[in-house]
Ligand binder design. Structure first.
Ligand code: UDX
Length: 429
């Protein structure tokens, strides 16, 4: 198979780019990866993986002969017709997506009938159309363009690449769309072949819907707290309805990460720019911001104020199995706790280095037990597996207080209480 597969180029070697590159190499393509960061490319050439993503290192190592890393776009242009674009599209101050990295890639590619850009980065709906207009203004009408949004989740990105729920390919005809479909064919996923604008919207709408589900169940959890219901039971009962489904009904201290906050905001702004006020998404974002702060209220209530209190945070990453701290709820939570006069000590098995770059004023422990030593209260922020296995008797002995706030509803309340501790979840009885 390997000899017949299309070679591809991947521009940008972040989470999406590296997983895409490794995944296509795994199913037989030669892959030319390009990044402007020379140090990152040097590390990748040495076989080092600059990000933490389970299974990625092994996949890159296993396919190292098919993977080529360079800072020179010319290498990718020489060997591949399809150039997957996986550069960052961070939000600007206005909430729009910053497309400067995408424009830089476009500017560097010469006109060619033989090449096409395949957009993996999440971009606002309408970007493909405006990029194609820009191509023709720059005399590059020969270049093809395909929208092929990425749906992978950090922490399970390798699995998600190899077992996608669907592959979405948006194009306006021509060889490139067919070539992308052929590339993904061995994965056997349902295919949505559509126009460029619709493909772009599938990505934004999917993320916005999932974020809406989370904010919805978080509001239900808040109402449960007022009414004596238990949101875990409620979510179980709701999730058994086929039309609703059990996923993304886990109440907690809000969503974070590199995608949901950015994409929900981008879709809201996109609608606003064309004169439509997307009221639902405004609420989804606001609920999420308030949810990050709710734990502070719980601590205040139980501890009778936060000044001079010691609070231990178990986990800092925006979710388990990643070192990603982007938009992590822990950032807001730790800042609020310190602003109210609490001393914060945190432990995260993987994300400490990333966290140190973003958070000032908290101390870092080397273990969960180290973090809880002398604490008045413990907050489970990220449901890393090792926290679910904690010996709560030891925790109780090490703490000076007895409050455990389970910000992810991931602990067994009975086990925590059996150790003589007070348990408080989110929306739990
Ligand atoms: C998400 C999308 O799932 C993925 O398809 C897209 O390509 C990128 O954005 P990711 O950011 O990796 O992926 O994280 P995800 O696993 O979806 O979780 C996002 C956030 O929601 C996390 O902070 C998580 O803790 C939170 N979450 C998720 C909940 O609070 N409750 C839930 O029920 C599910």
């Amino acid at each position: 198979m390997s000899n017949q597969r299309q070679p591809i180029g991947v521009i940008g070697t972040g989470y999406v780019g590296l997983v895409t590159a490794a995944g296509f190499a795994e199913i037989g393509s030669e892959v030319w990866c390009v990044d402007i960061d020379a140090e990152k490319i040097a590390r990748l050439q040495r076989g080092e993986v600059p990000i933490y993503e389970p299974g990625l290192e092994e996949l890159l190592a296993r396919n190292s002969e098919r993977l080529h890393f360079s800072t020179d776009l010319g290498d990718a242009l020489e060997h591949a017709r399809l150039l997957f674009v996986a550069v960052g599209t961070p939000p600007t101050h206005s909430g729009d997506a910053d497309l400067s990295a995408v424009h830089a890639v476009m500017g560097a590619i010469p006109d060619s009938q033989d090449h096409a850009l395949v957009m993996k980065s999440t971009v606002p709906c309408g970007t493909g159309a405006s990029l194609r207009r820009a191509f023709s203004e720059q005399g590059k009408s020969g270049l093809g363009y395909v929208s092929c949004p990425e749906f992978l989740k950090e922490g399970s990105a390798v699995h998600d690449f190899l077992h996608p729920d669907r592959v979405v390919v948006g194009d306006e005809g021509g060889w490139a769309g067919d070539a992308v479909v052929e590339l993904y064919a061995p994965l056997g996923a349902p295919l949505v072949r559509t126009d460029i604008a619709s493909a772009e919207m599938v990505k934004l709408a999917s993320n916005a819907f999932l974020a809406t589900k989370i904010s919805f169940i978080n509001e239900i959890a808040n109402v449960c707290e007022e009414t004596g219901a238990d949101v875990v039971e409620v979510a179980r009962g709701m999730g058994l309805d086929d039309r609703i489904g059990p996923k993304f009904l886990h109440a907690g201290i809000g969503f974070g990460g590199s995608c949901f906050p950015k994409d929900v905001d981008a879709l809201k702004q996109l609608a606003g720019n064309s004169g439509y006020h997307f009221q639902l998404l405004t609420a989804v974002i606001e609920v999420n911001e308030l949810q990050k702060r709710r734990v502070v209220g719980k601590l205040n209530r139980h501890l009778g104020g936060l000044a001079g209190k010691r609070v231990a945070l178990l986990g800092l990453a925006f979710k388990p199995n990643t070192d990603d701290m982007r938009e992590a709820s822990s950032l807001v939570l730790s800042a609020r706790l310190m602003a109210d006069g609490a001393a914060v000590c945190a432990y995260d098995p993987i994300a400490e280095d990333q966290a140190r770059k973003l958070v000032n004023g908290i101390t870092f422990a080397d273990s969960a037990l180290g973090a809880v030593r002398g604490a008045d209260a413990v907050v489970l922020v990220t449901e890393w597996p090792e926290f679910l296995e904690l010996g709560w008797e030891q925790v109780a002995e090490a703490m000076s207080g007895d409050l455990v706030v389970d910000g992810r509803n991931a602990l067994d309340p009975e086990r925590v209480r059996a150790a003589g501790l007070q348990y408080e979840g989110i929306g739990r009885r």
